[in-house]
Design a protein around this ligand. Structure first.
Ligand code: F3S
Length: 653
């Protein structure tokens, strides 16, 4: 039987296990990336593990999420990251140089290589044939030290693209269409592999918009084969030598197949406040729009901004609407400026932000209360924009620009009919990529140009807390009962006022789940241990391991949920919190404040492979909870988390 492209790359990197769906496999990692909000912990853990030099082919540290240096804490974090990259041997990309996925794609991503990143949108370069996976920071630290990355072999699902996109429909609409069909849980435990004649009609930037949004489906990764379009893109950025021919075997077998006829797609939009609440734009047309933002790691490339620039040529942004362009990388900014598009857009009433995540996580450009914001981003979870009652819609740059011109949500086809002279912009590739890329980029410091050779830790940078080995008894109150789809933004918000404590765990922990219940942190601290209870898809969203680490610091022992998001579940293991799955009926019955006791000898049961645990509630009734974990995850859990486990292993324990 032939192999899928995913299987071929995994086979090349396999160090443990067999490529059987659901089996745990260990793979060798070629490249790692980390960003500023997760990176400080990555390096603190790298240090705590006693490692002293990066072992992967390449490691890159980006500063993108919190680039505005509001006070010394952010600046100290950036300086620490620069010193860590210099000390241990990683590339360092300065704040303002761009979003990790965009800058990595431009400078380092390579077909056929494996990439592990402490950011959930790490799969972005799958659009050029790289097998890229997002994980918690501790997994990145270990991989960077030369350790394998372990994962359950996902199902490989074939997304077969037919036909070509009609005018005004874009790559973003392909991704939104899939989200509407499959929902934010539709990709859990899966890798989406794109094939079919429709692939060749898409350029690399279009493909990476789709692979970026695979994360919103909950997918482990998404990947395209390589072809002339990949070769062309790599040669434009001066890296044609990185090209490798990659495709699945003709007789490859997939777990499932989804066919999308591109010619049937139309402009789509995701409504507040979930990326899968997708409808045709025409269904919500007429809503007044106060803010439009083009950018983010999804649609922040030069090629994503150009269509808006073309649509705005000779026009202006409607007076009641503010339009901001936040390029994904400084390279994109520079190309737009060199070609005169920045001036054209400014003349039309557009403001430019530095290349940063910024607004995507509520840092800057927070929408006004009870107003509509249209963004080309990938997430619109409630409150993520920085205000609780936000109305954020997700759409393509074309739909966003049409709204800026009209001052309201409008199907760009209708706007074109009304205006008479508005043409659908052709998707056009950038032509000036090779200037100042890679090692030439003045904002990237290569390991051999390092300016620091020891770690520089400011007063806001603390140590990583450790958890004790698991004991035989585990009990405590249900500290908080939550609904379905609790995101890592709910657990630890990424807004400026909170995230600046990312390297100071005691302080950051005070904000744990504060968006759900502002008394939670104190209640957890006052209680000697305890549990969280949640519905489906607990921990969806970003890879931020603070969402496991802070509850651990507050004494939380475990989470009982109907289901877990992949990266967050791995983070719970990594920080020694037991993730137990429960039935919907038991979830309904259990109340906040109930006493929970795991009846079994927990440490023994975890180590011995026991799957079902008896949980006594209030000494009155019992439920059965399931621990779905590999042997390796069980050892990590029982040892009190991956840091303690890895140290114990190194000491021969
Ligand atoms: Fe940054 Fe938002 Fe992407 S936070 S990495 S632009 S999802």
């Amino acid at each position: 039987m032939g192999q899928t492209l995913t299987e071929k790359i995994l086979d090349d990197h396999l160090v443990e296990g067999d490529l059987e769906t659901g089996e745990e496999i260990g793979i060798e990692i070629d490249q790692v990336l980390t960003q500023d909000t997760t990176g400080t912990l990555v390096w603190l853990q790298f240090e705590a593990l006693g490692l002293d030099e990066v072992q992967t082919e390449l490691a890159a540290q980006y500063c993108d999420h919190q680039t505005y240096q509001f006070d010394f804490k952010n600046t100290d974090d950036h300086r620490f990251l620069r010193s860590a990259a210099g000390t241990f041997g990683a590339y360092y990309s300065r704040p303002g140089n761009g979003i990790c996925h965009n800058v990595h794609k431009e400078n380092f991503a390579a077909p056929g290589k494996t990439l592990l990143g402490s950011d959930s949108h790490t799969p972005t370069p799958g659009g050029l044939g790289q097998l890229a996976i997002g994980s918690g920071g501790l997994d990145v630290s270990v991989a960077m030290g030369g350790g394998a990355y372990y994962i359950e072999m996902p199902e490989v699902v074939n997304v077969h693209l037919e036909g070509e996109l009609p005018e005004w429909a874009t790559a973003k609409d392909i991704a939104l269409h899939l989200l509407g069909e499959l929902t934010v849980k539709g990709g859990v435990g899966k890798i989406f592999e794109y094939t079919g004649p429709g692939v060749e009609s898409l350029t690399v930037p279009e493909r990476t918009t789709i692979t970026n949004l695979g994360t919103e489906l909950g997918a482990t990764s998404s990947i395209f084969p390589t072809d002339e379009k990949t070769k062309d893109w790599l040669s434009r950025i001066g890296r044609e030598d990185d090209y490798v021919d990659l495709s699945p075997d003709e007789d490859a077998e997939y777990a499932d197949q989804i066919t999308v006829d591109l010619s049937e797609l139309e402009p789509l939009i995701a409504c507040p406040s979930m990326p899968d609440k997708v409808v045709p734009v025409s269904e919500v047309a007429g809503e007044d729009v106060e803010q439009v933002i083009i950018g983010s790691c999804t649609n922040g490339a030069y090629e994503d901004i150009l269509p808006g620039a073309k649509m705005l040529k000779g026009r202006t942004v409607e007076k009641k609407t503010e339009m901001v362009v936040a390029p994904g990388s400084k390279q994109a900014s520079e190309m737009l400026a060199r070609e005169g598009w920045t001036a054209e857009m400014m003349a039309a009433g557009v403001n430019f932000s530095e290349a940063t995540c910024g607004a995507c996580i509520g840092i800057g450009h927070v929408p006004g209360s009870d107003s509509v914001s249209l963004r080309t981003f990938n997430r619109n979870f409630e409150g993520r924009s920085g205000i609780e009652d936000d109305n954020v819609y997700l759409c393509s740059p074309e739909v966003a620009t049409a709204a800026a011109i009209a001052g309201e949500i409008v199907d760009p086809r209708d706007l074109a009919d009304d205006l008479g002279d508005l043409e659908a912009p052709e998707f056009e590739m950038g032509s000036k990529y090779s200037e100042g890329m890679g090692q030439e980029d003045p904002d990237i410091i290569a390991p051999d140009e390092a300016v620091d050779d020891e770690l520089i830790k400011g007063p806001n940078i603390g140590d990583v807390p450790l958890k004790d080995e698991m004991g035989s008894e585990l009990s405590g109150p249900n500290l908080l009962k939550m609904e379905d789809n609790i995101t890592t933004d709910h657990i630890i918000p990424a807004t400026q006022d909170i995230l600046m404590y990312r390297s100071n765990i005691p302080k950051l922990s005070e904000f744990t789940l504060s968006r759900v219940d502002e008394d939670f942190a104190q209640r957890a601290l006052d209680s000697d241990g305890g549990f969280l209870v949640a519905g489906e898809n607990y921990g969806q969203g970003s890879s931020r391991e603070h969402a496991a680490l802070c509850p651990m610091y507050l004494g939380v022992e475990g989470v009982l949920a109907q289901s877990f998001a992949r990266i967050h579940k791995a983070n719970l293991f990594n920080f020694g919190l037991i993730p137990l799955e429960i039935d919907a009926s038991d979830y309904e019955q259990i109340e906040q404040g109930d006493d929970i006791e795991i009846v079994d000898d927990v440490a023994d049961a975890v180590r011995s492979g026991q799957e079902e645990f008896t949980v006594r509630v209030n000494d009155e009734w019992e439920l059965t909870a399931t621990l779905d974990a590999s042997e390796r995850e069980r050892r990590i859990l029982a040892d009190g988390g991956k840091l303690s486990h890895t140290k114990k292993q190194a000491e021969g324990g």
